[in-house]
Design a protein around this ligand. Structure first.
Ligand code: AVI
Length: 325
């Protein structure tokens, strides 16, 4: 078998959609400039993110893998209790599909649906999954699900288990996270039976800031590469050398913030526009919210999940939640 690819309203260069251009221009033109973190993930950005996940400082991937390793038998048993033996595993923000590949032998899905905005990267990753599991039915979806998660008919409607690892839910504002979870839990929308969710937990500021500002500068490159992606999509003329990577923990919002800070006064242009930045002015590129076990349990309940449970590491750095509708 070979994977089926479906590209839904994706960004096929050289012509990004009108709404993408509008979104970028509005964010950059605002008094407090911002660009959505989804623009990190062009082909190079996805590779830089892969590199981040193996850095010493970036503990989430390593700790999450350990939690899954220790709990996959219990996860499979919990699903079996409610009669789910061969689910449809929908992998949100699948990236290199490595996390799902570790889980597939234990969950034995009938269908695997990796979803990612980085379309070409996803194709390569889905092919690798198919090579490793030749009999598995794979429907790979290239789409920006931050705008809404309308799944095509090719995705099996029953026994859906959504897999959202890596604390990616933390990149949404809490209100957006609630809406997204509500959508998944809604029987007429996401049609989920369950959600397997990886969440980074609140901890000391030094550990958090080091994870987002590593000594090698990989996260800095990941952040600055966003400007190269914006240049390609908006035909703008950002010079990455003029920008500095900033990562800080905002205690009152319980979130890591990433910014790009202008090293000097400068002007950026794109067709029909010009935007001046003063020295030290920032573009906000990402929030990464850190939750408590109680806070995430509350959010899942508020979204409509009836049963929730979690597994965590001994130091309670990271948690894997299984939430059932
Ligand atoms: C994908 N997401 C969960 C990562 C995070 O930790 O917020 C993205 C990232 N940004 C910098 N490092 C990693």
């Amino acid at each position: 078998a070979s994977p089926q690819f479906i590209h839904l309203h994706g960004e096929a260069l050289p012509r990004p959609s009108h709404s993408t251009v509008q979104e970028l221009a509005a964010g950059l033109g605002a008094a407090a400039a911002s660009v959505s973190p989804k623009f990190f993930y062009n082909a190079l950005g996805s590779r830089l993110f892969d590199a981040i996940t193996v850095l010493d400082e970036y503990y989430p991937t390593r700790i999450e893998a350990g939690i899954f390793e220790a709990s996959h038998a219990q996860i499979a048993a919990t699903l079996a209790e409610i009669g789910i033996q061969n689910p449809c595993l929908i992998d949100l923000g699948a990236g290199n599909c490595a996390k799902a590949m570790a889980l597939i032998p234990h969950l034995q899905p009938r269908q695997y649906v990796p979803v990612d905005i980085s379309v070409d990267f996803l194709k390569g990753a889905a092919e690798q999954v198919q090579h490793r599991f030749p009999a598995l039915e794979i429907v790979a979806l290239g789409m920006d699900f931050s705008a809404g998660l309308q799944l095509p008919d090719q995705v099996q409607a029953h026994d859906r288990i959504f897999f959202y690892p890596g604390s990616s839910l933390g990149n949404f504002q809490p209100e957006q996270a609630l809406q997204f979870l509500q959508h998944i839990a809604d029987p007429t929308q996401g049609k989920a039976r369950g959600l397997l969710l990886g969440i980074d937990l609140l901890k000391d500021t030094a550990t958090l800031e080091a994870a987002y500002d590593d000594a090698l500068g990989v996260t800095a490159a990941f952040n600055k590469n966003l400007l190269l992606n914006v240049n390609a999509l908006l035909q703008s003329d950002f010079d990455v050398r003029q920008w500095r990577h900033v990562a800080l923990f905002n205690t009152s919002h319980s979130r890591i913030e990433m910014h790009l800070e202008a090293r000097c006064a400068l002007t950026v242009s794109w067709p029909g526009h010009e935007r001046r930045f003063s020295a030290g002015e920032r573009i906000h590129t990402e929030n990464s919210y850190k939750y408590t076990l109680e806070g995430m349990t509350r959010l899942l309940k508020a979204a409509g999940f009836a049963r929730t449970g979690y597994w965590t590491d001994p130091a309670r750095q990271f948690a894997v939640f299984l939430a059932m509708v």
